[in-house]
Design a protein. Structure first.
Length: 384
């Protein structure tokens, strides 16, 4: 045990997506419920087995209650936190601890949103910062642009290197029939796209489309009897460093340096042993920051690390193999889709994009404006 977390005592046994790309005429809660039922069927379990429900309804403050009512279940534990896109990795940590303690027996983590088909009345951060509002930033885009500009200033990172992240994601998306955008994309396409918040163009920014996802977790002893090969939870950690970007201690160092180190200690492995890296790519700067902070390259080397197709198919590190939030799906919050792709790769269910070796996968969620960081390490039975 490390940092109070029991390695491989729990597992993900079901995973599914629904409505990725476009889901017109279906409400967000309908989408969430459909993904939940698909994930339970994937595990060979029933709704009656679920006694813990974790969700983050995008535009409903009481989303946990709404989904429980919709599904007709009475869970012992319900959570609907507000850490943004990192919420779902946080849920894995919380569910693993609750399962291991015997508080619950089966956890359902689910999310669905359709901002493309049903644009919300208000998009972006929930309130304007009294310190930042006078500068009229585009929230949250301008915050990430600040981080990108600072990284470029300190370390010589280039716009071409940022573009490498988007191009690699698109190449993975072209291998994924579920990905929403699969047209060819070049470095020049990214650089010449409409500038949104300098230095980020529209192609440096994630999609804003529909999608739902769900995963199911149980204890390891029960996981052996489920329908699919279980994926062990090897480690999970979370940290919060700030709320506003103006309060971020260092624009080029995220809390991933903390959550990643803790998760690796729990999992008893290091970056060199990870076969798949699924990192939140709301903007092209975020994977560069996370690769550094998680230990895949030194601080300041992220831009050079991704050059030359290094994180594209055939590169030295498999990253965001579903196409990521940049080319596959980003329905307001993306963190749960990271976990689903990890499960699919570790089970050997990823089709044309399947990795030849996939035993350990890392899912890293990001919330707010680089504010909340959560890291989960998953492994096949061979890693236990």
């Amino acid at each position: 045990m490390a940092h109070g977390f029991s390695r491989a005592r729990t597992a993900i046994v079901g995973a599914a997506t629904f409505g990725v790309g476009g889901c017109a005429n279906v409400s967000a809660v309908d989408m969430t419920a459909k993904a939940a039922l698909l994930a339970l069927a994937d595990a060979g379990l029933e709704l009656s087995d679920v006694d813990a429900l974790y969700t983050s309804a995008p535009y409903e403050a009481l989303g946990g209650l709404e989904l429980a009512e919709y599904l007709g279940i009475t869970p012992k534990v319900t959570d609907c936190n507000r850490t943004g896109g990192s919420a779902f990795e946080v849920y894995v940590q919380q569910a693993a601890l609750a399962l291991d303690a015997g508080l619950i027996d089966c956890a359902l983590i689910a999310y669905g949103s359709n901002p493309q088909s049903h644009p919300p009345a208000g998009v972006g951060m929930t309130r304007q910062s009294p310190w930042e509002a006078p500068y009229r930033p585009l929230a949250p885009l301008s915050s990430y642009a600040l981080a990108a500009s600072r990284h470029m200033h300190l370390y010589g990172t280039t716009r071409e290197q940022l573009a490498e992240v988007a191009v690699a994601a698109r190449k993975w998306a072209q291998l994924n029939p579920e990905a929403a955008v699969r047209e060819p994309l070049t470095i020049a396409d990214v650089l010449n796209a409409r500038m949104v918040s300098d230095p980020l163009t529209v192609r440096d920014c994630c999609l804003f489309n529909d999608g739902a996802a769900a995963v199911v977790m149980v204890r390891a002893d029960r996981a052996r009897d489920c329908a699919k090969r279980p994926v062990a939870v090897l480690g999970a950690a979370h940290t919060v460093t700030h709320r506003e970007i103006s309060s971020m201690p260092d624009l080029t160092v995220t809390g991933a340096a903390i959550s990643g180190a803790q998760a690796f200690a729990q999992a008893a492995c290091g970056p060199a042993e990870v076969d798949l890296v699924m990192v939140y790519d709301a903007f092209t700067i975020t994977p560069i920051l996370f690769l550094e902070d998680l230990g895949f390259c030194p601080k300041g080397e992220g831009g050079r690390f991704v050059q030359g197709g290094a994180v594209a198919p055939g590169g030295r590190l498999a990253m965001n193999t579903n196409g990521g939030g940049l080319s596959c799906v980003h329905p307001g919050m993306y963190g749960l889709f990271l976990l689903v792709e990890c499960v699919r790769q570790l089970r050997g269910e990823a089709g044309d994009r399947q990795l030849q070796k996939a035993d350990i996968a890392l899912a890293h969620g990001n919330g707010g404006v680089l504010s909340s960081q959560a890291t989960v390490l998953l492994g096949t039975t061979a890693t236990i």
